[in-house]
Design a protein around this ligand. Structure first.
Ligand code: MV4
Length: 506
């Protein structure tokens, strides 16, 4: 195992990697920007190196400075976390060329999966089902029309260099095709410097189900089952769970085999994720592979008992995977809510300010992967995700009750957060039945984010007095709500508290 690892990230994922390192007896080097001088990841690491000013382009994206920091501190390896430099082929290569170990997949595998058309070709060769469509860039509107006629409308135009939804256009009729192609190409050129656009049949109302894979350097590639990630808004996932209500053991085995085959075809090593669309008929289609540890990895850890971040380090250090596929059957149910500094009642507007008070949920089956503490300054320089609240329970309905309970325990004062949105989700009948697809959230946002009507002046004054009294006690608590399963819901209480906050009473 390494003796020292540099963690090239910030926030909750930097802390997550530091925790894995400490459990493995590995010393850690944090890197940070001026804005993060007092951040928890800097304090928790054994050493820290300042990269530069707050903007990511002048700090966390400075690959050369990060490699120099690793060299200067004697770190042997770099863990990139997610985002920032984690999926930059050039950085993985530069780390290797500097004589350091990259804790992630080979640069060649990042490159192979970075092009969506190359990834489709790889998947097809591996026998992994992909959405019907082309694997080469469209050369003309005539060619696009011919392909679309063959697969049938609606079709989806996608940027070959894209991913995560950028440069996509749904086309419902032949008349719209030429215009959509031109605008998709323009958007792709501006966003990626590459105007290659290809076409797929548009799958209507699917779920987003992804398969976690883990491979060592000796040819063993295993899957750790699926994560259901359909609760998303504008390609930002809000809630993830494992397993998925839509995946039977038999389907899990087929999707897992398909993911392992695609990963092997790319020469993949370390942790990765194959994204699939799963349609109402139970057919699944490979979309793309994420060549990094993902935000939602904890739900897989909780249902499989496998510490994915520890295994990223072990694999990079040359260890062999000791599991068999049969040992990786999921047990129980895990749900993750992303706690972001966004105001759901206000179009998810990013919220900034200082965290004045933080009470973190705990108790049976609760995990908090956080990157903040009381006193943290939340700016617009970085991603708004403050923390992930993850629960495990024996089955899905108990996991939902447990998440609801944990969310009620959570208090973050000073910035608006997604907490109340998640409470409403745990209470939502469609969510509780598992009747969710990738379009569901945007169709139901209004009902999930409505604010209780303002109380009159006398009642508001009473609320203000009660809140002040509560805050003066040593352990202020917000909630006395009943379980969701019963008739009484927490709507009133948390709605009234929000009114108090909106009125500036606290
Ligand atoms: C699709 C699709 C429907 N049909 N491809 C969005 C991001 C990128 N990973 C691929 N995406 C989609 N590709 C076909 N042929 C619908 C989406 C999509 C989506 C996929 C996963 C999770 C959320 C999504 C939200 C909107 C659209």
């Amino acid at each position: 195992m390494f003796t020292k690892v540099l963690v090239a990230n910030r926030g909750e994922i930097a802390l997550r990697v530091i925790r894995a390192c400490r459990e493995l007896g590995v010393r850690t080097v944090a890197v940070y920007s001026d804005a993060d001088a007092r951040a928890p990841h800097v304090r928790e690491a054994d050493e820290a190196v300042l990269l530069g000013p707050a903007p990511s382009s002048e700090s966390y994206l400075k690959g050369d400075a990060i490699i120099a920091a690793a060299k200067a501190t004697g770190a042997e390896a770099i863990h990139p976390g997610y985002g920032f430099l984690s999926e930059r082929e050039w950085f993985a290569r530069a780390v290797r060329d500097a004589g350091l170990v990259w804790i992630g997949p080979p640069a060649e595998a990042i490159a192979a999966m970075g092009s969506k058309t190359a990834a489709r070709e790889l998947a097809i060769r591996a026998g992994t089902p992909v959405v019907p469509g082309t694997t080469t860039a469209l050369r003309s509107a005539e060619e696009a029309a011919e392909v679309a006629d063959r697969f049938g409308y609606p079709v989806l135009l996608k940027a070959a260099a894209g991913g995560g939804g950028k440069g996509m256009r749904v086309v419902h009729r032949r008349e719209e095709l030429a215009g959509a192609l031109a605008s998709a190409q323009r958007e792709a050129r501006n966003a990626f410097g590459d105007d290659a656009v290809y076409v797929e049949k548009f799958i209507v109302g699917p779920r987003h189900v992804e398969i976690q894979v883990l491979g060592d350097a000796y040819g063993t590639m295993l899957h750790l089952g699926e994560r259901e990630c359909s609760v998303q808004r504008r390609h930002q996932k809000m809630i993830e769970e494992a397993p998925s209500v839509a995946v039977s053991p038999e389907l899990r085995a087929r999707m897992g085999t398909a993911a392992v085959a695609a990963a092997k075809a790319a020469g993949y090593v370390n942790a990765g994720t194959c994204e699939f669309l799963l349609d109402a008929a139970g057919d699944f289609y490979f979309l793309e592979m994420n060549t990094r540890i993902q935000v939602e990895h904890p739900v897989t850890e909780l249902v499989t008992g496998v510490d994915l971040v520890q295994w990223q380090l072990r694999i990079a250090a040359g260890e062999r995977l000791p599991f068999t596929q049969a040992e990786l059957t999921p047990r129980g149910w895990a749900i993750e809510c992303r706690i972001t500094s966004e105001d759901p009642a206000n179009g998810f507007l990013p919220s900034t300010g200082r965290v004045q008070f933080l009470h973190v949920p705990s108790g049976p089956g609760v995990r908090w992967d956080g990157g903040i503490e009381a006193g943290s300054e939340i700016s617009l320089f970085y991603d708004p995700m403050l923390a992930k609240l993850i629960v495990w329970a024996a089955d899905r309905s108990q996991a939902i009750e447990r998440m609801h309970r944990a969310l009620l325990e959570l208090t973050i004062d000073g910035v608006d957060t997604s907490r109340d949105f998640h409470l409403r989700m745990m209470e939502n009948d469609d969510f509780r039945r598992g009747a969710i697809d990738i379009q569901w959230l945007e169709k139901h946002l209004a009902q999930l984010t409505s604010v209780a009507p303002p109380a009159d002046g006398v009642v508001r004054a009473a609320i203000a007095a009660a809140l002040l009294a509560e805050r003066e006690r040593a352990a202020p608590r917000r909630s006395t709500a009943a379980p969701v399963a019963g008739d009484a819901r927490s709507e009133t209480q948390s709605g009234w508290l929000r009114v108090a906050r909106l009125d500036g009473l606290r």
